[in-house]
Design a protein around this ligand. Structure first.
Ligand SMILES: [Fe+2]
Length: 192
């Protein structure tokens, strides 16, 4: 009980009413922000190479359309990430993102293990949505860190990408809910 009281007494309130933990220094949060930015910068660059392969292996016109649109967005997101580096007066730098590397390996395995068709399309959508959710989580964190660090310009840039990722995920859900999953189920029945 005494410990809990001690801990809570370390938490202060900012002038705007938000809570600030004095043990977390701005420089430490800034370091975390930079690390996350390097991570997603690597991921976005990797995606500009991976999405064209996903397009090549897709057969659904709707899926190809969504992936092509997101490829164009991803190229812009790389440039936007560079602008965030510029905003914090840092040179753009990548840090290999092991999570994204694993997710991209999963897409590769799916594409290697199935013939082009509805089943393969459904697998590509599933993998693409996992990627989108990873990106949404990372941009959400970066955005929150930027708000705390009062990096207003960076918040605006990160907001744009955060929303693009959410819309891309929704569009993939729409494609999944359309003909693809039904066709994939029919293909499975034919195999059985
Ligand atoms: Fe992205």
């Amino acid at each position: 009980m005494q410990n809990k009281l001690k801990k809570s007494s370390l938490i202060e309130s900012n002038s705007n009413g938000t809570m600030k933990h004095p043990l977390m220094q701005t420089s430490q949060l800034m370091k975390l922000f930079e690390d996350q930015l390097k991570d997603i910068y690597w991921a976005e660059k990797a995606l500009t190479k991976a999405i064209p392969k996903m397009i090549k292996n897709s057969t659904s016109g709707e899926l190809i359309k969504v992936l092509k649109a997101h490829l164009a967005e991803t190229k812009e997101q790389v440039i936007r990430a560079e602008k965030v580096f510029e905003f914090i007066s840092k040179e753009p730098e990548t840090k290999k993102c092991e999570a994204m590397k694993g997710l991209l390996r999963e897409v590769k395995e799916i594409m290697q293990s199935c013939e082009p068709g509805a089943m393969c399309d459904a697998g590509i959508i599933a993998a693409a949505q996992k990627i989108e959710h990873y990106e949404i989580a990372t941009y959400g964190t970066l955005r929150q860190f930027a708000i705390t660090l009062e990096l207003t310009g960076a918040v605006e840039l990160l907001d744009i990408t955060f929303n693009e990722e959410k819309v891309a995920d929704e569009k993939l859900s729409e494609v999944a809910m359309s003909a693809i999953n039904i066709k994939a189920a029919e293909e499975l029945l034919e195999i059985a």
